[in-house]
Design a protein. Structure first.
Length: 278
């Protein structure tokens, strides 16, 4: 039988990959990561790890300079960046999760490749238990209508795993996940809660501008001040950080039942610095 080669040096092209390696206790195998990874895993800053462009703007030269055994990438991609990843000629795992089950499968796949399947099973089990515990708490509650967007121009509805988390948090998800929607359609649906988690924006979404969109001033969400920003990293990173996103969703959708959560900002409150939010 051919010898099985253990991966020693990984280049991570998305924060979700780096967070997963951290959760698996495998950061020592990280050869390079993106600048966004450092925000979620600040301990890497002390290691002066090489920083490369992410899977949206990957660069073959940067990847090769880190001498990796494996490149791991995840959404979002561009055709040009995929071409750069392939051009590097390094074994590559390119992930494209859509649902929570996809996310769990990807976490376990990474663990198996790294020879840490038992840790991966434990990690997935912890995430599933955390989500199930919330579902049990919200099962008998009212289901407010929740509009959640991952981009504001054009309006793009949040991904399928966010829709699942909204349902787990005791809400009813408005729209088709991952698709564009128009302001008039949202206004006509009259959501009770509006969530903004713009890709790459952290917690800096301008909520007052969202509330001022044509027709939205008459929605239940705006009239009651239930317009929120959730840190991009907590909802759009398909990794264990989704549990933080779920806690924030619970606090926004059912504030009478759940405590104020880290990474959640309501309209009328100031944007906190990264240090204050940690």
């Amino acid at each position: 039988m051919p010898e099985i080669r253990i991966v020693q040096r990984v280049v991570s092209l998305q924060p979700s990959i780096t967070v997963t390696l951290r959760d698996l206790g495998l950061l020592q195998h990280l050869a390079a990561c993106t600048k966004y990874c450092l925000d979620l895993c600040p301990e890497l800053k002390e290691q002066r790890i090489a920083v490369v462009d992410d899977s949206w703007s990957a660069d073959a030269g940067q990847i090769l300079a880190s001498r990796p055994d494996l490149v791991v990438a995840s959404v979002p991609y561009r055709m040009e960046s995929l071409a750069e990843i392939m051009k590097a000629g390094v074994p590559c795992l390119c992930l494209a999760p859509k649902t929570l089950d996809d996310v769990f499968h990807d976490l376990l796949h990474i663990a198996r490749i790294m020879g840490a399947e038992h840790r991966g099973l434990a990690l997935v089990g912890r995430l599933e238990q955390g989500i199930d515990a919330v579902r049990r708490r919200t099962r008998e509650l009212d289901k407010p209508l929740v509009y959640s967007e991952e981009w504001g121009k054009p309006l793009i509805v949040s991904q399928s795993w966010v829709a699942e988390l909204v349902e787990a948090a005791g809400g009813k998800f408005l729209g088709e996940p991952g698709r564009q929607i128009i302001t008039e359609e949202v206004a006509a649906a009259d959501p009770d809660v509006v969530i903004a988690a713009w890709c790459g924006a952290g917690d800096r979404v301008p909520l007052e501008k969202i509330a001022a969109r044509t027709g939205w001033e008459q929605t239940n969400a705006v009239r009651s001040g239930r317009v929120y920003c959730i840190n991009d990293e907590f909802l759009n990173t398909p990794a264990s950080t989704l549990l933080d996103g779920l806690k924030a969703l619970c606090a926004a959708i059912h504030p009478e039942k759940f405590e104020v959560a880290r990474g959640l900002r309501q309209i009328g409150t100031r944007v906190h610095s990264a240090q204050e939010a940690s």
